[in-house]
Design a protein around this ligand. Structure first.
Ligand SMILES: C[S@@+](CC[C@H](N)C(=O)[O-])C[C@H]1O[C@@H](n2cnc3c(N)ncnc32)[C@H](O)[C@@H]1O
Length: 254
């Protein structure tokens, strides 16, 4: 999942990526942004990609920075933000040299810290936290290990309700997201075609506290509809709550 991967993906991004800002149920991301927004404050989107959240952030904050290392995705973000005066879009590898980026009151990062390499993830997370002003808030959205496994449980249930025996239902699912025991232990699962880091709730809690030096205010579920999660989008009526989710960490710098 290097810069070439994201560049190669740019033209198909809108078609294939289920992003948290657009597809999250109950507008959770917007509501959480509103909680911390003010025209007196500055904000930054770490790993903004094609910039879907930037126009909304620009309405709510005095100045908004959008960072990403993919020049192709940033081209789309620039087009999307044409004419919006308070958005600054910059190309940056966020695993490196965060100190040259300005400190801000609010940081949002939606499904950007997905790289399988622990060292890069830690650099991204620590660098991002270092760019928060004292008292500033972070909204970090990441894929959930628990939700991924729970989706397999729901798939088995689907087969059972279609008449399969419990054993046949368990045998019927193809857990192609799961690579091998080593990657599973690291929380790395295949999404689309790529090994993608997923997080446990408690893991996020520890990372925020110990590695990012932040106080955790809340960890919420950022729910999606089932049709965004299952291979077969024709999910049955009965498959409702609890919905699949990402973790949404809300943390503050002391
Ligand atoms: C799944 S996309 C999410 C984009 C956007 N936040 C959204 O929700 O639509 C992940 C983004 O993280 C960016 N990214 C990944 N690693 C990065 C890095 N080291 N530095 C900067 N951007 C990075 C990718 O280029 C991509 O735009």
């Amino acid at each position: 999942m290097d810069v070439n991967y994201w560049n190669g993906f740019a033209s198909e991004y809108d078609e294939y990526v289920i992003d948290a800002f657009t597809y999250g149920r109950s507008e959770t991301v917007r509501r959480m942004v509103e909680r911390f927004a003010s025209p007196e404050k500055s904000a930054a989107d770490f790993g903004c990609g094609p910039g879907k959240a930037l126009p909304y952030l620009a309405e709510k904050f005095g100045v908004v920075y959008g960072y990403d290392f993919s020049d192709k995705l940033l081209e789309i973000a620039r087009r999307r933000c044409e004419g919006i005066q308070n958005v600054r879009i910059l190309q940056a590898d966020l695993t490196q040299a965060a100190e040259r980026l300005p400190a801000v009151d609010f940081i949002i990062s939606l499904n950007a810290v997905l790289m399988p390499a622990l060292e890069k993830r830690l650099d991204f997370l620590r660098g991002m936290a270092s760019r928060l002003k004292p008292g500033g808030h972070l909204l970090l959205n990441v894929p959930s290990v628990e939700s991924l496994l729970y989706s397999y449980f729901r798939e088995i249930e689907w087969y059972r309700r279609d008449g399969f025996s419990p054993q046949a239902a368990e045998d019927a699912i193809e857990p192609f997201c799961i690579l091998n025991p080593e990657q599973t232990a690291r929380g790395v699962f295949i999404r689309g075609t790529e090994p993608t880091k997923h997080y446990l709730r408690e893991e996020l809690l520890v990372l925020a506290r110990e590695e990012m030096g932040l106080e955790v205010l809340e960890i919420l579920k950022m729910e999606y509809d089932w049709k965004t999660e299952m291979e077969d989008e024709q999910t049955p009526e009965w498959m409702g709550e609890p919905y699949p989710w990402d973790w949404l960490l809300i943390a503050q710098k002391a």
